[in-house]
Design a binder for this molecule. Structure first.
Ligand code: FAD
Length: 180
């Protein structure tokens, strides 16, 4: 989404486009009763969908149920008009599983974090380990030895997530200092 002058090579753009980067969001909802098990995994075609007890083994009496959705299934929720509609939809899904207990014990408090539609993230996470090495090599090349890249997809040590993103920064800094 960022314009480069001069433009990036087609090979570099293709490497970026070919990377799997699912949209997704997380919700935390508070209930007066813990009517749910520790985790519920739902079957989806791409990405992940599941509910989980966010207060699991935490020193709190609050009942907070988390919901994570990534990949194709997010479109169903993104098609809804507001956060409130997403919450209503989730309560309905839970009511079907737990005989109306979700609506009956919902406190009205929730937090929704939508990485898939946030302008500076546009998605959840990448996994360099799943991508073709040849594409990653192009992805990691600096532009004219002036612009260097770091972040989870530039994880040459294949650590994934934060443990991968951090050393990629050191790696890029080292390249900046050693490239002529
Ligand atoms: C729901 C969820 C759960 C996760 N769980 C884990 C986990 O348990 N363990 C784990 O290791 N990893 C986890 N991850 C992945 C982890 O968050 C990422 O691997 C890590 O944040 C990637 O770091 P990064 O520096 O590459 O990118 P980011 O952390 O995304 O940093 C990029 C930064 O650039 C900023 N930015 C973007 N565009 C612009 C712009 N044009 N101008 C200015 N600033 C800009 C963004 O605001 C952001 O702050 C999870 C991710 C999600 C979404």
């Amino acid at each position: 989404m960022i314009s480069f002058k001069p433009e990036m090579s087609t090979a570099k753009k293709d490497a970026i486009e070919s990377t799997t980067f699912h949209p997704g969001f997380k919700v935390a909802m508070k209930f007066s009763e813990k009517f749910y098990p520790d985790a519920i995994t739902c079957k989806v075609e791409t990405g992940e969908k599941g509910f989980y007890d966010m207060a699991f083994k935490k020193s709190t009496k609050d009942n907070v149920l988390g919901f994570l959705c990534t990949g194709g299934e997010t479109q169903k929720y993104y098609a809804l008009k507001s956060e409130q509609e997403i919450i209503s939809n989730l309560l309905q899904e839970l009511d079907e599983m737990f005989d109306g207990k979700a609506s009956a014990s919902y406190s009205g408090n929730y937090i929704l974090e939508n990485w898939g539609q946030h302008e500076f993230t546009k998605g959840t996470w990448t996994q360099a380990i799943q991508e073709k090495k040849s594409q990653l090599k192009i992805f990691n090349l600096p532009l004219d030895n002036k612009v260097y890249f770091a972040g989870e997809i530039h994880d040459t040590y294949q650590q994934m997530g934060v443990p991968g993103a951090i050393p990629s920064g050191y790696y890029a800094a080292d390249k900046i200092l050693s490239d002529e």
